[in-house]
Design a protein around this ligand. Sequence first.
Ligand code: PDD
Length: 287
Amino acid sequence: MQQAWLNGEWCKLDEARISPLDRGFLFGDGVYEVIPVYNRKVFALGPHLKRLQHSLSATRIPNPYTDDDWRKLCHDLIQRHPWTNQSLYIQVTRGLQPKRDHTPENCLVPTVFAYSNELTPLPESLLQTGIRCITVEDIRWMRCDIKAITLLPNIMMKMAAQEAGADDAILMRNGMVVEGTASNVMIVESHTLVTPPLDHCLLGGITRQVLLHVAKESGLEVKEEPISLLRLHQADEIWLTSSTKEALPVVEIDGQAVGKGVPGPIWKQMRAAYAAAKKRFVEAYDE
Ligand code: PDD
């Protein structure tokens, strides 16, 4: 049975209850993190906690815990579940407010909810075939650097992609690639890895950060620069990156094959380099 941490107490996940007057429920007024665990060790916790703090500071929700409290919570979540690899979900909302009002009352107590899922590797068949994407106009707000729980536009864009017969969407703003519906985007142009630079329109993905580091270490040239639709269409490889997918190859974009229409050689090389980086991390892990 999965367990949940809700406002300072453990309970069975299916027995966890919040008030409908919680601002997270009424307004989507909250932020979250998804943190991968490999071999029962939290991966890149520091960067995840830094991003959580960024989301909380930007939304002016007080951080209810110290980094050590968060570390302990992650550790306890892992201990309470049997899986070797897990995906920890942490959510902080501005809290319960009895009177519905857009303006938050002072002195609200943030609601903290956390639970764990098994992190299963993507099916080998998916990695063999890759996925198909279409480009869509990004309909989200101008603060996508905040990992907000308010994901309705992401859901609508993903549904639009699936209704069009694709697996996912790559979001465009002013003719430039932004990111995926729940991932960052990277392209390969001959031997160079290119990804859009960070700004308020996209999330600073931790997988993006680690992959860029690993790519540089492996001698790949890495560029953070704007990617036009033409460049996306002419890329040799396209990947979606996230904590749950790592790097997922896109083999078709807007109905056209990407490169040879199969997962590319640089993706294969980077997948191996990323796996090696995870292994080094697990071996060097010191609590
Ligand atoms: N989402 N961009 C968006 C919009 C995302 O939702 C995510 C991840 C990323 C990649 O971030 P990271 O590499 O830190 O996982 C980029 C998570 C996995 C989710 O919502 O489930």
